[in-house]
Design a binder for this molecule. Sequence first.
Ligand code: CP
Ligand code: NVA
Length: 300
Amino acid sequence: MRHLLKLQDLTREEILSILNLADQLKFERNNGIQKDYLKGKKMGLIFQKASTRTRVSFEVGIYELGGYGLFLSSNDLQIGRGEPVQDTARVLSRYLDGIMIRTFEQKEVEDLAKYGSIPVINGLTDYAHPCQVLADLMTIREYKGSFKGLKMAFVGDGNNMANSLMVGAIKTGMSFAIACPKGYEPDAELMKWAKENGEFTITTDVKEALKDADVVYTDVWASMGQEGEKSKREKAFASYQVNKDNLSVAKTDVMCLHCLPAHRGEEITEEVFEEHAKEIFDEAENRLHAQKAVMVKLLK
Ligand code: CP
Ligand code: NVA
């Protein structure tokens, strides 16, 4: 594994190995025995979109491993003024040991990896959010013990989260169901892959997807960059909500996860969010441990 651009690039074994290391790093940190695995290593953290969790967990993560993180806002980089990604990649490769990038197009992340000579980590694109899903898988395994026989159900937009969760679920042996309105399906190629490689269902009926689910996941109706479609999306997604009634058909010990930020009263009710707050904030914490594991794998 040379980069983390999307989960499709990883084998099941590579995913499990990251999760195992993440568990180990979490234990070491919580017991004050963390080592400087990345002493002196420098990570550039490029952001073309806003972030709370990704930014802070990467900065704190590299610091805790003995390295240094540089926050690079695209507003301040020449990339924001049109310098090609091919050149940015080759320049940054001369200074840094690794790059995390959050941007719009997946191609930009792939190009950064192609033209640079250091590991690249996708910190969210319109297509994928692999770091989030590694933390999600880590959290599911903490709560459920293993992935075997679990059903994950996603309610809402077939966006970056749905794409990556689908791949993460199928690769770890879970079944995956999504309920989304017509016209808001996940990536067609990924759905084809999911059908061929595991148990995958798609429906417009929320209760059908949530039936007997062990893990329920949702995300915002309008992602970053889609602010202009807010009112159109509010109409399309009005019934695609994780609420008590819809959850009543899931397993009684169902987990509810959310990548955050959450919009209460839209994709999830306040009541359900607060009832599952422990899981959701454990999930947010696990961003730190999962990404530290990715950085150790790629940079050490
Ligand atoms: N879940 C997530 O990636 O959060 P941020 O946008 O705050 O980084
Ligand atoms: N789908 C959301 C995820 C945020 C972490 C977005 O892209 O804005």
